[in-house]
Write a protein that binds this ligand. Structure first.
Ligand code: ADP
Ligand code: MG
Length: 379
C-alpha cells in the first residue's frame, strides 16, 4: 500500500482513502467536537473516502462510534462508552486498529490512511494526541506535536510570537508555584498591567475560565477561577478594539500558507460582556460574524500577512485560525493562534474559507490531502 502520494494521484490504486474521524475527548469542548464531527461526516465524499468514526469519551476511552451525524448534533452530544473499545497499535507504520469488547474475540478493523483529529482543548489540540499518532506511525491532519502544544499554551504562544517579532499585548504569567509561594508578587505583577485585565487559564479554550476583571480586588478570585481549568494562569491587559479573525491553510508543496479574507466577531450587545463560552455556543447570546470584515485595505493586507507569519512562527501544519485585535489606535495585535479552530459548518473558520472560494466539503478534502501529502516522522 502506497500512501506517500496524494490520493488524487491518478496512479494511485482506486481503493478509497480510509479516514478516521476522531472526536469528543476529555476537554470541556467535548460536545463542540461532536458537533464538528457531525458536519465533517456529512461533508465527506463517500465515493472517495471510507470513513471510520472514532469517539473519545469524556473519560478518554476510544470507541468505534456509529456513523450517524444526527446523534452528534445539538450541542449537548456525548460519546457513549457502550461501544467496543478501540485499540491503536504503536509502530512505525499504520497497523490495523483493534476493537476489543469484554468477553468477545478482538476484531481487527484494518489500518487507516489518515486521521482527522477534530478535538479541541487539552488531550486533543495540545500535541498529546499528535504524539500518540506519531508513535502509531499514522498520518494526521493539522499541526504536529510542537505547534499544537505551543498553540494550546497561551504563555508559550506569546513567547514564540514575540520571538518572531509579531505584535502581542502586555501580559504576565502566574505559575502554580509562584501562586503558592509568593501570591503577593504575582498580584504585584498583575498590578503593573493597566486595568481592566483578562485572566485566563493558560491552556484551555472556548473562553472557559476566562474573566474580565475591572477592579484590582477582583483579580484573586479570577485567578482561582482560571485555576479550575489550568494551574497555570495568564493575565493580559485588556486590548480595546475590534476582534478580527483570519483562517490559514497550509500551502501545497513548497507554497507558503494561504490566508483567507479576514472576518470580524461582532457582539450584538457588547455591554453584555466579551466573546465568552455562552456567546460562542449558546443560541441565546447573539453575535454576528461579519465576513469579510469591513476594514481598510491596508489593514486587511496586514492581518493576512500576520496570519501567515504567525502560522509559520509556531510551525503550524494543515490549518489554524489566527485571532487579532484591531485596536482603536489602528494597530493590529495577535491575540492567539488556534490549531484546531471551531470547525462546524457554521463556525468562523469554514465560513472564512467559504467567503474566500472554498466550500466546507472542499476544505475537509484539503485537510485530508495535505495530511496525505506530508511525510511522517520529522519533517
Ligand atoms: N487581552 C484581551 N483584551 C480584550 N479582550 C480579550 C483579551 N483577551 C481575551 N479577550 C476576550 O476574551 C475572549 C476569549 O479569550 P481568548 O484569549 O480568545 O481565549 P480562548 O482560547 O478561550 O478563545 C476573546 O475572544 C476576547 O473577546
Ligand atoms: Mg479565542
Amino acid at each position: 500500500m502506497d500512501i506517500q502520494r496524494p490520493a488524487h494521484d491518478p496512479a494511485l490504486p482506486s481503493r478509497k482513502v480510509r479516514v478516521a474521524v476522531v472526536f469528543g475527548g476529555r476537554s470541556g469542548e467535548h460536545s463542540v467536537s461532536c458537533a464538528t464531527a457531525a458536519g465533517v461526516l456529512r461533508a465527506m465524499d463517500r465515493d472517495r473516502y471510507e470513513v471510520v468514526p472514532v469517539g473519545i469519551t469524556r473519560e478518554g476511552r476510544w470507541v468505534l462510534a456509529p456513523d450517524e451525524p444526527e446523534l452528534l448534533e445539538g450541542g449537548r452530544a456525548e460519546v457513549s462508552a457502550s461501544n467496543g473499545q478501540l485499540l491503536v497499535p504503536l509502530g512505525s507504520s499504520p497497523a490495523p486498529l483493534v476493537v476489543s469488547e469484554s468477553g468477545q474475540v478482538p476484531q481487527e478493523l484494518g489500518a487507516v490512511d489518515v486521521v482527522l483529529p477534530l478535538l479541541h482543548g487539552p488531550y486533543g489540540e495540545d500535541g498529546t494526541l499528535q504524539g500518540l499518532l506519531e508513535m502509531a506511525g499514522t498520518r494526521y491532519a493539522g499541526s504536529g506535536v510542537l505547534a499544537s502544544a505551543v498553540g494550546m499554551d497561551k504563555h508559550y504562544m506569546k513567547i514564540v510570537l514575540a520571538g518572531h517579532g509579531l505584535p502581542i499585548g502586555p501580559y504576565t504569567v502566574i505559575t502554580p508555584r509562584s501562586w503558592r509561594t509568593d501570591p503577593a508578587a504575582a498580584l504585584d505583577a498583575v498590578a503593573s498591567l493597566e486595568m481592566p485585565v483578562f485572566v485566563k487559564p493558560s491552556r484551555a479554550g472556548s473562553s472557559l475560565g476566562v474573566t474580565k476583571v475591572e477592579r484590582p480586588e477582583d483579580v484573586e478570585a479570577a485567578v482561582v477561577a482560571a485555576q479550575q481549568h489550568d494551574p497555570k494562569v495568564i493575565v493580559e491587559a485588556a486590548v480595546s478594539g475590534r476582534e478580527i479573525e483570519c483562517a490559514v491553510l497550509e500551502g501545497h508543496g513548497d507554497d507558503p500558507p494561504r490566508a483567507s479574507v479576514p472576518g470580524e466577531v461582532v457582539l450584538d450587545n457588547p455591554d453584555s460582556g466579551f466573546y465568552d463560552y455562552d456567546t460562542k455556543y449558546l443560541d441565546t447570546a447573539p453575535l454576528t460574524m461579519s465576513i469579510p470584515a469591513d476594514l481598510p485595505e491596508a489593514v486587511t493586507d496586514r492581518v493576512r500577512d500576520l496570519a501567515g507569519r504567525a502560522f509559520d512562527a509556531l510551525g503550524c501544519e494543515g490549518l489554524a485560525r489566527v485571532d487579532f485585535f484591531y485596536t482603536d489606535s489602528g494597530d493590529v495585535v495577535v491575540n492567539e493562534v488556534n490549531t484546531m479552530p471551531g470547525f462546524t459548518p457554521y463556525s468562523m473558520y469554514p465560513a472564512l474559507w467559504q467567503a474566500s472560494g472554498l466550500s466546507y466539503p472542499e476544505l475537509v478534502d484539503e485537510l485530508v490531502q495535505l495530511a496525505l501529502e506530508r511525510p511522517d516522522g520529522l519533517r
